[in-house]
Design a binder for this molecule. Structure first.
Ligand code: GAR
Length: 207
């Protein structure tokens, strides 16, 4: 069983999906702790209700990014975290953090990367009148939504949807994709060679 630490900033619906999946006996990971950079994140309540250690970790204005990241790593290490899952964590991690978890940090992003990185990806897709939209699970590097792609899920956009409906449909896909991709990652079904991802199985959720 791989101990996973989840970093969050807000609502926590992806955290809930990861927690739900972790209840299955065959799931190869468990959520060891949850850290939020926002005190009022709903995700903290969700974690606490599930009996998972959950913390607000503040980035004080005078704190350097590397100091903050060192503190995050220290906390994650206390819980034996081996893999980190970002679930709506709205900070760009730097080398201090990533050097501690090289190719061990996953993120979910609500677009078919490399299209629409950054904030409000669903709105970007809506405004661009994209015919296909979706979500991506990728390894995190020091860029913004740029690391090697592990898996994606897509949907055809119905022209009758408004921006909120599109975002909701993407979110439902996220809740299926992220737990499945994280489980496959924890089972070593992905291998990274020269920056390219190789995979050893068909995602169960596609079968
Ligand atoms: C999700 O849509 C996630 O893909 C997105 O934030 C939302 C968090 O929702 N992440 C990013 O945009 C990262 N670039 P949640 O808190 O309900 O999981």
């Amino acid at each position: 069983m791989i101990p996973v630490g989840v970093l969050v900033s807000g609502r926590g619906s992806n955290l809930s999906a990861l927690l739900d999946a972790a209840r299955a006996p065959e799931c190869p990971y468990f959520i060891a702790c949850v850290i939020s950079d926002q005190p009022a994140a709903l995700a903290l309540e969700t974690a606490k209700k599930a009996g998972i250690p959950a913390f607000f970790h503040e980035k004080l204005p005078q704190m350097k990014k590397r100091e903050y990241e060192r503190e995050l790593v220290t906390r994650l290490r206390e819980f034996g975290v081996q893999v980190v899952a970002l679930a709506g964590f709205m900070r760009i991690l730097g080398e201090t953090f990533l050097a501690e978890y090289p190719n061990r940090v996953l993120n979910i992003h609500p677009s078919l990367l490399p299209a629409f990185p950054g904030l409000h990806a669903q709105d970007q897709a809506f405004r661009a009148q994209a015919r296909y939209a979706g979500c991506t699970v990728h390894l995190v590097d020091a860029g913004m939504d740029t690391g090697p792609i592990l898996d994606q899920a897509c949907l055809r956009v119905d022209r009758s949807w408004n921006a909120q409906q599109l975002a909701q449909h993407i979110l439902e896909l996220e809740h299926r994709l992220y737990p499945a991709a994280l489980a496959r990652f924890c089972r070593n079904e992905f291998r990274l060679e020269d920056g390219r991802v190789h995979e050893f199985s068909i995602p169960a959720w596609l079968e």
